[in-house]
Design a binder for this molecule. Structure first.
Ligand code: 6R9
Length: 575
C-alpha cells in the first residue's frame, strides 16, 4: 500500500537550460542519437585525447581558453591549440620511452597543468592512464602500481621516495617533473623529454572499447580494485557535461576534485573538454577565502564540489561568503556523499543558487542519477536517472520493489561509461552483476512515487569520509602490520562535518599496553603507510574483536556498539 508523502520542493527557476524537458528526453533519447558527434561515426575509430582537445582546434574554439590553472601565485592559461601541442609533446615523450598502446602510464603528482596535458598525451598514444592521489603513501602506491604492472610513472622529486621501485620490476621509467639534478636508476627528466619532443603527433586511433583509464577504488574486502573504463565512456561524459553540468560556450567551469579520484577525471578533464568548455583548476590547499576568491576573480559560472566542502564553507560563516562577489555563479552541483537538505537551503540563501545533487560511482564512470536545472529539487533526494539509463531499487533476489521500499540501488547494465573490467580480477567484476544481471551499486536507497531516488546508506562496510571512499580492510591490514596490534576492526562513525570519520578498534599484543603515545603512533602508522585520509581519527583498544566463526571481523557489531544500537543477529558470532 502506498502511503501519502509530502516533499519539500525547490522549483526550477525556469531559466533556459540544455536539458529543457527531462521527462520528454527520458522518454525518447537513444545513445545512437549522439553518435554523429564523434569521429568514429565516420572513421570507425576514436580517441578521447582528440575529442577533448584537438577537435576544438579545427573550430572557432582554437584560441579559446581550455585551461585556467590558478594557485596562490596567480594563473596560467592555455588555449585549446596550446593544449593540443602540449599534450602532443607529452605523447611523443612517452613514445620516446617506448610506451605502446595498452601500456599503463601512471600520474602521481600535485594538480598542475602538466598532469592535464600528460593525461591527454598518454591517451593520444593509446596508453591506459592510472591517476594516483598525491596523498598516497608507499603502501598504497605499491599496491596500485604492482597490480596494474605500470611501466611509466610521472611524479616529482618530493613524491618519488614513496615509489618502492626495487619491488616494481615492471616499472621502466620514473619521469620527474622537476628532475633537473642527478638522475638515478630508471629516472628521466621531464624537461629533457619534453624539450626533445615534437609538437605534432600521430594519434593512435582506437576502438570505442579500447581501455582508457584505470581508477583504483575501495571495496569492503580485499585490496583496492582497478576499475577500467574505455574510450567509449566519452558518450556519457559528453552528454552529462551538456545536460547536467549544463555547460555553455562562455562558461568558466570549476570542478574542485583532484584527478586522483574519478570526479577529477570524468568531470575535471573529460566532460568539460568534450564540451569545449573553459576548465578552471585550482591548485593549493582549501580555505574558504581561497575558494571564494577563485570564484570571484575568475568569474566561475559552473561550480562542481562536494558536501563536505559545502559544509566547511557553511561553517566558515555567511559573512565570509558575503565578502565576495559570487554573482558570476549560474549553476552549482555536488557529488560524493549525501547532500544535506540544510546545505541546499543554505546555498539558496548565501549563493542564491540551488545546489544540484548528482549520484554516481567510480564504476559508473559518469553521472547516473541527477538533478538538472529544469527539474524541481526535492532536498535529500539524489534526483532521477539520466536519459538513456534505467535505475531501480531491487531486493536481494534481484526483483524490483514498490516505491518507498528500502533496497539495493541498481542500474540496468550497459550504459556507455560503465566499467568494463576489474583489472586482474574477473570474479570481482562478475559479483557486481550477480542479481539477475543488474549492476548492484552497494548503496541502499528507495524511490518515491515520482521516480526520485533517496540515498539511505551503504549496504557493505565501505566508509565514505569527506567524500572519499575508504575500504576498512586496507586500514585494518595496515594497523595489524604494526607490532603492537593483534587484530583490528575499522568502521565509519557518523560525523556532522565529514559524513563519517574512521574509527578503529584494536586488540593489542601481549607485551603492549595502551598509552596515548601508542595510539598516536598507530594513527601515524596508517597516515604514513597508506594515506592521511585513511588514518583513523579515533582508536579504541578492546580485549577481543567480535568475529564470525569463519574468522571475519563483524564490523556491524562494532558499529552497533559504537552507536549504542541493538547488536542484531549474533548467530554467526564466534563466542
Ligand atoms: C563519484 C564518486 C561512490 C560512492 C557511492 C555512494 C557515495 C556518491 C553520492 C553518494 C549520496 C550522492 N555517493 N555520490 N552518496 N549522495 N550524491 O563519489 O565515486 O568515490 O566511487 O564513491 O559515494 O555511496 O556508492 P566514488
Amino acid at each position: 500500500m502506498q502511503e501519502m508523502h509530502t516533499h519539500e520542493i525547490i522549483p526550477s527557476t525556469g531559466k533556459p537550460s540544455n536539458l529543457s524537458s527531462y521527462e520528454q528526453t527520458y522518454a525518447t533519447f537513444r545513445w545512437e542519437d549522439i553518435h554523429a558527434e564523434f569521429s568514429w561515426h565516420t572513421t570507425g575509430k576514436v580517441n578521447m585525447g582528440y575529442e577533448a582537445i584537438d577537435k576544438h582546434t579545427t573550430t572557432h574554439r582554437r584560441d579559446k581558453t581550455a585551461l585556467i590553472y590558478a594557485d596562490d601565485g596567480g594563473a596560467q592559461t592555455f588555449t585549446f591549440e596550446e593544449m593540443r601541442k602540449f599534450s602532443n609533446r607529452f605523447g611523443n615523450a612517452f613514445r620516446s620511452l617506448g610506451v605502446q598502446k595498452g601500456d599503463r602510464v601512471f600520474f602521481f603528482m600535485p594538480r598542475t597543468p602538466e598532469i592535464y596535458a600528460g593525461v591527454i598525451g598518454a591517451l593520444k598514444i593509446g596508453a591506459i592512464v592510472g591517476p594516483l592521489f598525491e596523498a598516497f603513501m608507499e603502501g598504497a602506491v605499491e599496491d596500485r602500481l604492482s597490480d596494474a604492472e605500470a611501466s611509466v610513472i610521472v611524479t616529482t622529486n618530493a613524491l618519488k621516495s614513496r615509489i618502492p621501485k626495487e619491488r616494481l620490476p615492471h616499472l621502466k621509467h620514473i619521469v620527474l617533473i622537476d628532475g633537473e639534478g642527478e638522475l638515478e636508476d630508471r629516472e628521466a627528466s621531464y624537461k629533457a623529454l619534453i624539450d626533445a619532443a615534437s609538437e605534432e603527433l600521430d594519434i593512435e586511433w582506437v576502438d570505442l572499447e579500447h581501455p582508457m583509464i584505470l581508477h583504483y577504488t575501495s571495496g569492503s574486502t580485499g585490496k583496492p580494485k582497478g576499475v577500467l573504463h574505455v574510450h567509449g565512456a566519452m558518450l556519457q561524459q559528453y552528454i552529462t557535461g551538456h545536460w547536467v553540468l549544463d555547460l555553455r560556450e562562455d562558461d568558466v567551469y570549476w570542478c574542485t576534485a583532484d584527478p586522483g579520484w574519478v570526479t577529477g577525471t570524468s568531470y575535471g578533464i573529460f566532460a568539460p573538454w568534450l564540451n569545449g568548455a573553459t576548465n578552471l583548476i585550482r591548485g593549493g590547499r582549501y580555505s574558504a577565502d581561497r575558494w571564494y576568491s577563485t570564484i570571484q576573480d575568475y568569474k566561475v559560472t559552473v561550480w562542481y564540489s562536494a558536501p563536505t566542502a559545502f559544509r566547511m564553507l557553511m561553517s566558515a560563516g555567511d559573512d565570509d561568503a558575503e565578502r565576495y562577489d559570487l554573482t558570476s555563479l549560474r549553476h552549482v552541483l555536488s557529488v560524493g556523499e549525501p547532500l544535506n537538505p540544510e546545505v541546499i537551503r543554505w546555498g539558496m540563501k548565501v549563493y542564491k543558487q540551488r545546489i544540484h545533487d548528482t549520484w554516481w560511482m567510480t564504476e559508473t564512470g559518469a553521472h547516473m542519477i541527477v538533478n538538472v536545472p529544469s527539474m524541481d529539487i526535492r532536498p535529500g533526494s539524489m534526483g532521477k536517472p539520466i536519459p538513456g539509463t534505467k535505475a531501480a531499487i531491487i531486493d536481494d533476489e534481484g526483483n524490483e520493489v514498490p516505491p518507498y521500499t528500502l533496497g539495493n540501488l541498481a542500474l540496468q547494465a550497459g550504459w556507455p561509461s560503465m566499467m568494463r573490467r576489474i583489472w586482474n580480477n574477473p570474479a570481482k567484476y562478475e559479483e557486481y552483476f550477480k542479481l539477475k544481471g543488474w549492476y548492484v551499486s552497494g548503496d541502499s536507497a528507495y524511490m518515491d512515487e515520482d521516480g526520485y531516488f533517496w540515498f539511505q546508506g551503504r549496504v557493505d562496510d565501505v566508509i565514505n569520509t569527506s567524500g572519499e571512499r575508504v575500504g576498512p580492510f586496507e586500514v585494518e591490514s595496515k594497523l595489524v602490520e604494526h607490532p603492537a596490534v593483534a587484530e583490528a576492526g575499522v568502521i565509519g562513525k557518523p560525523d556532522p562535518l565529514r559524513g563519517s570519520i574512521i574509527k578503529a578498534f584494536v586488540s593489542l599484543r601481549e607485551d603492549y599496553v595502551e598509552t596515548p603515545e601508542l595510539l598516536e603512533e598507530l594513527k601515524q602508522h596508517v597516515k604514513t603507510g597508506l594515506a592521511a585520509h585513511a588514518a583513523p581519527r579515533e582508536i579504541e583498544v578492546i580485549d577481543k574483536l567480535p568475529k564470525t566463526r569463519s574468522g571475519k571481523i563483524m564490523r556491524r557489531v562494532l558499529k552497533a556498539k559504537e552507536l549504542g544500537l541493538p547488536l542484531g543477529d549474533l548467530s554467526t558470532i564466534e563466542d
